[in-house]
Design a protein around this ligand. Sequence first.
Ligand code: 5AD
Ligand code: SF4
Length: 473
Amino acid sequence: MNAKLLHINTIGCQMNVYDSEQIAAHMAQLGYQQTSSPQAADLIIVNTCTIREKAEQKAYSFIGRLARLKRKKSHLIIGIGGCVAQQEGEKILDRLPFVDIVFGTQAIHRLPLLIRQIEKKRCQIVDIEMAADTQATEPIIGLHRETSVSRFVTIMRGCDNYCSYCVVPFVRGRETSRQPDKIIQEIRTLIDNGAKEVTLLGQNVNSYGKKEGLCSFPELLARIDELEGLLRLRFTTSHPKDLKGNLIRSFKDLNKLCHHIHLPVQSGSNKILKQMNRKYTRELYLDKVLKLRDTCSDIAVTSDIIVGFPGETEADFEDTLDLIKTVEYDGLFAFQYSDRPTSPSVHLPDKVSDSQKKERLQILLAMQDAITRKKNQALVGSIQEILAEGFSKKEISGKSANGRQLAQWMGRTSTNNIVNFYHDYDAPDSGQAHSGKLINVRIEKAFSHSLWGKPLAGASTAKGVKGVECYAA
Ligand code: 5AD
Ligand code: SF4
């Protein structure tokens, strides 16, 4: 019998990427193999995102295009999962009647059962049950067939913070943390399958384990740091209000914890931060950034910012620009405020016009671009340790001046800078550039989103190398 084929289209954040891997692992139990071609698939799953209106539109436009496929191939099963599914439920079937199943963010483990039902009875199903039984929602481990160097591990789900613009608490449910032993077991399995770096995922990792009385997040990090075979550890995302001294110290104390923190500020105006229900002031935020840099001098700080939140005046926006200038972020994700039907800020007055939001976004991005370019330029000439991940996305290959075969590879610095480099297959020391190895590169060129480097001969020596000083501390 031919294997049944599954195509997954993942929209949105790393949490969705992780969930899609879980969907694939669950469906493998029913004999489904993944395909990159929607046309070839027997089952198409769209894992959706609803954080901003644009993400939701992207999902609907992809799903809309599937109607034609379904007409041509009547046995095709179409499933909509993720945050739009959780938010809209049955309404999706009214709008798109050719969809077979709508399943929510906490229904992934029930998917094989539901798909089997559809295969047998050709019925339509909506499962957006939120009563999370944390044991039942434990991910499948040991079925990972992906062998990439860098992997995500979800350590907690949901969020209890209720920032006024955000849908996450409504579509992902209450915050729940996984047991540390289960997390460690999963990471061990990933290491056995070739992972060298893991990124721990949670909406607010700083509050890991608090509700359940598990270990603290810094304690969890310390346990993971000891795992043999793991080279690097990252996490995202931290809520500034919960970032405390013990986590800040981890950047100095732990060998494998990368020197990068994503610390979303959202706005530089105290008035807007209050309206956003963020529970910190710009002064408190700036103080935490100072403490991070005092503890780990080369730590890279990145952030998320929303422009055009309801009531944001020119003066409030200036406060945000001023904060960006003060912090000098290593990278920024900036978004135009988007009204979401379930989030409380939908009811706030003084909405900012689309053209104003667009203009503010452009000003902000131009400012950040200059900062990132300056910072990247300062790295030219330095030697950086990178974890070689594999071929770069562009997969450019060519020949060197002496006719050697070259391929473009990529890796990241501890501070999360992307470094592209040529891997010279014929060079005597080419063995060092193999995927999953820490290698030293001399930075030769800087761009706004990446660096270009040249691998150096010999093994990486982290100590004393610019950019990784804290390793030696
Ligand atoms: N509009 C615009 N941006 C948003 N974000 C979350 N909700 C909204 C919204 N309604 C942004 C925040 C968050 C990031 C993941 O998405 O900056 O940190
Ligand atoms: Fe949304 Fe705020 Fe929770 Fe982040 S902390 S997921 S922005 S509610």
